[in-house]
Design a protein around this ligand. Sequence first.
Ligand code: PLP
Length: 414
Amino acid sequence: MTQLQRPTPSHAPMRQFPVEKGEILVGGVALTRLTARVGQTPFYAYDRDLLTRRVAALRAALPPVLKLHYAMKANPMPALVGHMARLVDGIDVASGGELKIALDAGAKPRETSFAGPGKQRAEMQQAVAAGILINIESFREVRELASISEQTGNRARIAVRVNPDFELKSSGMRMGGGAKQFGVDAEQVPELLAEIGRLGLGFEGFHLFAGSQNLKPEAIVEAQSKSYELALRLAEAAPSPVRFLNLGGGFGIPYFPGEQPLDLAPIGAGLASIVDRASRQLPEAELVLELGRYLVGEAGIYVTRIVDRKISRGHCYLITDGGLHHHLSASGNFGQVIRKNYPVAIGNRMASSEQETVSVVGPLCTPLDLLADRMELATAEVGDLVVIFQSGAYGFTASPQAFLGHPACAEVLV
Ligand SMILES: *Cc1c(COP(=O)(O)O)cnc(C)c1O
């Protein structure tokens, strides 16, 4: 009798960074040389050229009239936002602080939008003065914006963020459907639109964002098509024509063993059909996708140096100068249900044939400070550089850097 054996799933190959003389190159610079240039470990490094190529590849797969926005909370490093602002059509911000970085980076106010629950009056005042589009998340925000417009004489530009009556299937993080703190429930939107009309605010469209880190094209196509249908229905109650329809995004990247890169072909086809319908049904609407992780996640690595190597009861630990305080998501503590390893390599020993099974840990006094759990890596020594791939999004600013008082992490765009 034969037994069906499932092969152990492995990480998708990380081919975006070339290897030369056994070292990973970032922006054409060998890792040890880059480390010397940065002047410290740990650091994050983002590759300009990979960012540029990612946006170009995405545009090639999507209908040309579709607008592409960068949701900068994925990576708000000012130099990176500046680079992205030149590549995409608009920037989506989630706070007054991000708004400043976006405008400094040269984002065009007409194509900048602001979403997020609990917007404070001061942030909304900044947004109205800047002339950006504000995605409304509650009745309170509408009243507050009406009062700001009246006070300042600047008319608020608003879109309604809708909490849809469906959920994004297979999403790493669900942010729409059911009871949510995000957006206004679809059922309440007609009443909100009536209020927007009564208050004379500048209604410009709808924003739907169903979730994040989705690797199933069918689920994304379905969510986008349902989002379009819902927006079309709600548009009947709108005080003026829809000029922006933001269909969200949520495109995922492969992090864990067994995950594959997202197939864009079905998504492009689904969007082509939406674009075609919209040209007749919502002729004044600009269709927008907003993506964070997908645009920047694969273009970044986290680099940390091995400071100690020890064997505990037969198991080898590589202890590094970086850890969960710089890279919470690689440690498995940023929304993962079951901890899995990110793709990891010894970045200055890429040609090594000697391998061993090790755990890579950080310097924090907590067992949660784990960067790689029992992984097969090139045999490494103190001084070698551990590289964590897929680190361009939700890394640096999504980590509790002050925890345990270790030195700050650096960031470079190469
Ligand atoms: C976080 C967020 C995004 C970006 O999500 P990614 O998964 O990084 O693409 C886009 N839109 C909104 C409203 C968000 O909150």
